[in-house]
Design a protein around this ligand. Structure first.
Ligand SMILES: Nc1ncnc2c1ncn2[C@@H]1O[C@H](COP(=O)(O)OP(=O)(O)O)[C@@H](O)[C@H]1O
Ligand SMILES: [Mg+2]
Length: 392
């Protein structure tokens, strides 16, 4: 492994001396070379939070692996914090090993100190002797409920920790697709026509739904991602199955008109001049009747293909990018979001959904969209961390 440059070493040792933070300057990390500007960032510790309680736990770990590599290349000190499916937080310093495929249930259980400025604390008396770092900024690489919906963000706020991404309110309203739709409609943005079913209400019938929305339907839980619990429903039997599947994932279910057409996605990132839109990308789910389901998104043998940029006329591209920024603002988003669209066969555009912590897996679109816009992933994570660090 290459040796640390002398300037990086100086930065690190002065950090240790000045901040009494030798606890987290592990030997293995110190031996990593940090070129030029990156050396200055080594004084900044990013708490990379991953895993989590939602059904998107596994996706989050894959996002965190990409983010970890990018943050390291950008020169940050990275403290991996894995959240088990049951909710326990684990401090998981890598010690030079590859990013883990799972949360280590034997690692030290930790929590954030209330009003502790990012200091991690051990949860069990027997673990008190583990040296625990203080994080300057949290990067919650978490998707879905508990990580992306404002709940974790509330904890960060309570503990006085700056964090990347949407705040409590924007995370909460965006993760609930039905509340998000109402805010988008109020801002004049087109959304797919839908009906809402809440647990406890009489089950909607296929006939009533298709009479009001059209003969082809799509059913999804209001508050989840990665296509979990979603299904097309083109007849009464499929509708009953889809409803049962979506109801297993939450109390609110959306029944939408099924849009036959193209799926387009646009990234948005904050900048000094306000939010900017990336190029537009297109997702094509293998077969004609397929939709972009969990396997299409993440399986190695997925038939789904991605076009970055999408083959689109200039006017449609312009409209999508403008709508993406409008949607970002309408939902009160911050730092980053990915806005997903449908383009129907008749040329009609709909905002499908907004993700305040889009996927960062090796095949995810958000980082690729901004790479194609001219911002390398190291610069993306640097911008995001800097945006969070600039907040008081
Ligand atoms: N109204 C719809 N018409 C057609 N396909 C849909 C519709 N809603 C969702 N889909 C398909 O299901 C996928 C997942 O739905 P989406 O609303 O994006 O939820 P998630 O948060 O799980 O990504 C989409 O990428 C798309 O392929
Ligand atoms: Mg989606």
């Amino acid at each position: 492994m290459p040796a640390l440059s002398s300037s990086a070493r100086a930065t690190l040792s002065s950090t240790v001396a000045a901040g009494n933070r030798e606890l987290h300057l592990h030997q293995t990390q110190m031996s990593l070379a940090l070129p030029g500007e990156a050396a200055a960032k080594a004084a900044i510790t990013v708490g990379l939070v991953f895993g989590g309680r939602s059904a998107e736990h596994a996706v989050s770990i894959r996002s965190a692996a990409t983010l970890h590599a990018a943050l390291r290349r950008a020169g940050y000190w990275v403290v991996p914090i894995g959240i088990e499916r049951c909710g326990t937080w684990r401090y998981m310093p890598l010690g030079g090993t590859a990013f883990p495929a799972a949360v280590d249930t034997n690692a030290c259980a930790v929590t954030l100190a209330p009003n502790g400025g990012g200091q991690l604390l051990a949860c069990e008396a027997s673990e008190r002797r583990v040296d625990l770092p203080r994080i300057d900024v949290a990067f919650p690489a978490l998707h879905g409920p508990f990580g992306e919906d404002g709940r974790l963000q509330g904890l960060f706020e309570t503990c006085g920790v700056r964090y990347v991404g949407a705040d409590v309110l924007a995370g909460a309203v965006t993760l609930d697709k039905e509340v998000a739709k109402r805010l988008l409609m109020q801002a004049g943005l087109p959304v797919v026509p839908y009906r809402l079913h809440r647990r406890g209400e009489p089950l909607p019938t296929w006939q009533a739904m298709s009479d009001s929305l059209g003969p082809r339907l799509f059913v999804k839980p209001a508050s989840l991602g990665s296509s979990i619990g979603t299904a097309p429903a083109d007849d009464a039997d499929a509708f009953a199955r889809a409803l049962a599947g979506a109801r297993a994932h939450g109390d609110k279910v959306l029944i939408e008109r099924r849009v036959i057409g193209r799926e387009l996605e646009c990234g948005v990132m904050d900048s000094e001049d306000g939010p900017i839109a990336s190029v537009v990308g297109e997702i094509r789910a293998g077969t004609l009747d397929a939709f972009y389901d969990y396997d299409a998104k993440y399986a190695d043998d997925s038939d789904a293909t991605v076009d970055v940029p999408a083959r689109l006329d200039a006017e449609t591209t312009r409209r999508i990018r403008a709508m993406a920024v409008d949607a970002f603002k309408a939902l009160g988003c911050r730092d980053l979001a990915r806005i997903d669209f449908f383009l129907g066969e008749q040329g009609e555009l709909f905002v499908n959904e907004v993700n305040t912590m889009p996927g960062f897996t090796s095949i995810s679109l958000y980082p690729r969209l901004f790479e194609a816009t001219g911002i390398a992933i190291e610069d993306q994570v640097r911008r995001l961390a800097d945006l969070a660090l600039a907040r008081t």
